[in-house]
Design a protein around this ligand. Structure first.
Ligand code: ZN
Ligand code: ZN
Ligand code: ZN
Length: 136
């Protein structure tokens, strides 16, 4: 049996039961993880972080992709600062949410960087990384 027929709300849908779906991007979580990081991490191995085209960097004229952690070492330069940090400050989160950069879950009371321009927060490691970039 290669397919299941589901009758849902009077609409007949045909669903492939083999679950052939594009894997999710490990960076942003979008179901478009069609690229793998090609940075060599050890002999014969590459980082293989799964990414969407948006989150990966590709050197001009090459068929290689690099994740945000490796693009700098692959000679592609630093990622652009992604956020407007004007007026940002460390606060204790007032409610549960997610880090704007890495999408990690944030609980009320956690230290976060609040960015009023973005109306969003960053978790501590992302805050340190982002602030470090903007000081350069
Ligand atoms: Zn992505
Ligand atoms: Zn990588
Ligand atoms: Zn984060």
């Amino acid at each position: 049996m290669g397919r299941n027929v589901i009758n849902k709300d009077g609409v007949t849908m045909i669903v492939c039961s083999r679950g052939q779906r594009t894997p999710h991007c490990e960076i942003c979580g979008k179901p478009n993880g069609i690229r793998l990081c090609d940075y060599p991490t050890s002999k014969g191995k590459t980082c293989d972080r799964r990414m969407c085209p948006n989150c990966s960097a590709r050197p001009q004229g090459k068929d290689e992709d690099y994740c945000p952690d490796h693009r700098e070492r692959a000679g592609l330069g630093k990622p652009e600062p992604k956020f407007n940090l004007e007026g940002s400050r460390m606060i204790a989160a007032r409610y549960d949410g997610r880090c704007k950069a890495c999408h990690v879950e944030i609980g009320a009371g956690d230290d976060v960087l609040y960015m009023p321009q973005e109306k969003a927060v960053l978790c501590e490691p992302c805050a340190a990384e982002t602030e470090g970039q903007q000081r350069l």
